[in-house]
Design a binder for this molecule. Structure first.
Ligand code: PMP
Length: 354
């Protein structure tokens, strides 16, 4: 027996690469192509180095309050964490403690099975319908909890609020987590349901629609009891998760609603334009309601297109999973970036005689 037999062994999640090349076009990790709101920049300039010697507010009160206000909730209904990954990991620990398997879609955010393994939570990956939508019927059986993204990733497909409600309603004995990392790009949030369903936790992030992936801010909304349980676990792990700059800048981001709406509207408009251009080129993709398009071409290998774009300094995301190996996930960048991307795709198709 060696010490290694006591190690918690995990196969870690592999995040999208973060290259830093001059003139690259980075469409691989669903970041926002526009900068954060102007108030965020001003707040950054006003930060005082001397304050950094002090711990931040363990309750993250200022950010919790501004979010509660924005979404029409009380402060006790909001929990913030270091990106939604942190919030989700804490939610797995807090709510998924059953011998029965938790359920999530087979094609989905690939962190879910990693957390389940890490925390020794049994799970079942539920096969999606043929059109890649979630069938609520598949979630009406014994389980230890449910999580799915809406819109789903990497498909980009949005489920209706009715479908979400059907799942939440059918599972009053477990917590249902709706991961809304991409909800601000045209979807309807399940937030509208939290007063009616005690078992519903809605998780969102500043990383995509608020252009603040680098600050690491995520949050959960639900009834007071759910939020209290999350806080109990957080305060049993690390009291000071939110650093001072994130708190100050997060608040400013929420305050500038006009900028938030303008930015998300621009991304949606670009997405719709890129959808028509890709369709015209023969690409096939689920009808995305997120800030990315998950596309394949019947005559082009997904992996080869990924490599060809990479050589031109354009980074998209390709997954090795055989179920989706023909696809690439293309984040929506600025109109200019998408024009360069489309021109490169056309050139590649010409070279290949497609
Ligand atoms: N959920 C989904 C579905 C995602 O795609 C991502 C982004 N990788 C996250 C959560 C986590 O994002 P963040 O930790 O930056 O909030």
């Amino acid at each position: 027996m060696s010490w290694e037999s006591h190690v918690r062994r995990v196969v870690p999640y592999v995040p999208g690469e973060q290259p830093n090349k001059p003139n690259m076009i980075k469409l691989n990790t669903n970041e926002c192509p526009y900068p954060p709101a102007k108030g965020v920049q001003d707040a950054m300039k006003d930060l005082k180095l001397a304050d950094f010697r002090l711990y931040p507010d363990p309750e993250a009160g200022s950010l919790v309050h501004v979010l509660a206000d924005y979404y029409g909730l009380s402060d006790e209904q909001v929990f913030v964490g270091v990106g939604s990954d942190d919030v989700l990991a804490i939610a797995f620990q807090t709510f998924f403690n059953s011998d029965k398997p938790i359920l999530f879609p087979q094609i989905t955010y690939s962190f879910y099975d990693v957390w389940a393994d890490l925390y020794k939570i049994p799970y079942e990956a539920v096969v999606l319908q043929e059109d890649w939508h979630i069938n609520p019927e598949d979630y009406k059986r014994e389980n230890g909890g449910i999580i799915f993204p809406n819109p789903n990733a990497p498909t980009g497909l949005l489920e209706s609020l009715d479908a979400v409600e059907e799942i939440v309603k059918a599972n009053p004995d477990v917590v249902v987590i709706v991961d809304e990392a991409y909800i601000d790009f045209g979807g309807k949030s399940a937030l509208a349901l939290i007063d009616r369903y005690e078992n519903l936790l809605v998780v969102q992030t500043f990383s995509k629609s608020r252009a603040m992936a680098g600050m690491r801010i995520g949050f959960a909304m639900g009834n007071k009891k759910l939020i209290k349980y999350l806080n109990d676990v957080k305060f049993s792990t690390n009291s000071y998760t939110m650093n001072r700059p994130s708190l100050v800048m997060g608040v400013e981001s929420v305050r500038d609603d006009a900028y938030f709406k303008e930015t998300t509207a621009k991304i949606i408009a670009t997405r719709e334009r890129v959808k028509s251009e890709l369709s015209a080129l023969g690409f096939e993709f689920p009808d995305s309601m997120s800030n990315f398009i998950f596309a394949k071409h019947p005559e082009i290998s997904g992996a080869e297109l990924y490599e060809a774009l990479r050589e031109k300094n354009i980074f998209v995301r390709h997954f090795n999973n055989p179920l989706i190996a023909e696809y690439n996930r293309i984040t929506i960048g600025t109109d200019e970036e998408m024009d360069v991307f489309l021109a490169c795709v056309k050139e590649y198709m010409k070279e290949k005689g497609v």
